[in-house]
Design a protein around this ligand. Structure first.
Ligand SMILES: O=C(O)C(=O)C[C@]1(C(=O)O)C=C[C@@H](O)C=C1
Length: 90
C-alpha cells in the first residue's frame, strides 16, 4: 500500500489539473454571461442544467458515484451563475 505522503502527492497533481480545467470552464461561463447580457437571456436555464447533470452518467466508470457527481456539478453551475450575474452587472 502507498503511504499517505505519496497518496497526497497524487491528489495535489490531480487538483492542479482540476484548477486548470475549472479556470477554463469559468472563462467560458463568463463569455456566456456576456452573450446573455447582450441578447437579454436569463442566466438560469433549467433544461440545460438538467442536461449537464444527466450527461455525466454515461461518462462515469462507476455509476454508483453518480449522485456525488451531480452534487459537484450542481455546485459548479451555482457558482457559474454567480459569475454570470457579476459579469452582467458590469
Ligand atoms: O449554458 C448556459 O446557458 C450557462 O449559462 C452555463 C451553465 C453552466 O454552468 O453549465 C450555467 C447556468 C445555466 O443555468 C446553465 C448552464
Amino acid at each position: 500500500m502507498k503511504d499517505i505522503t505519496e497518496l497526497r502527492k497524487e491528489i495535489d497533481l490531480l487538483d492542479k489539473r482540476l484548477v486548470e480545467i475549472l479556470e477554463k470552464r469559468f472563462k467560458v461561463v463568463k463569455a456566456i454571461g456576456e452573450y446573455k447580457k447582450i441578447n437579454h437571456l436569463p442566466i438560469f436555464d433549467k433544461e440545460r442544467e438538467k442536461f449537464v447533470l444527466e450527461s455525466k452518467k454515461e461518462l462515469l466508470t462507476k455509476e454508483e458515484d453518480f449522485e456525488y457527481y451531480k452534487r459537484i456539478f450542481q455546485l459548479i453551475m451555482d457558482i457559474s451563475k454567480e459569475m454570470e450575474k457579476w459579469k452582467i452587472s458590469l
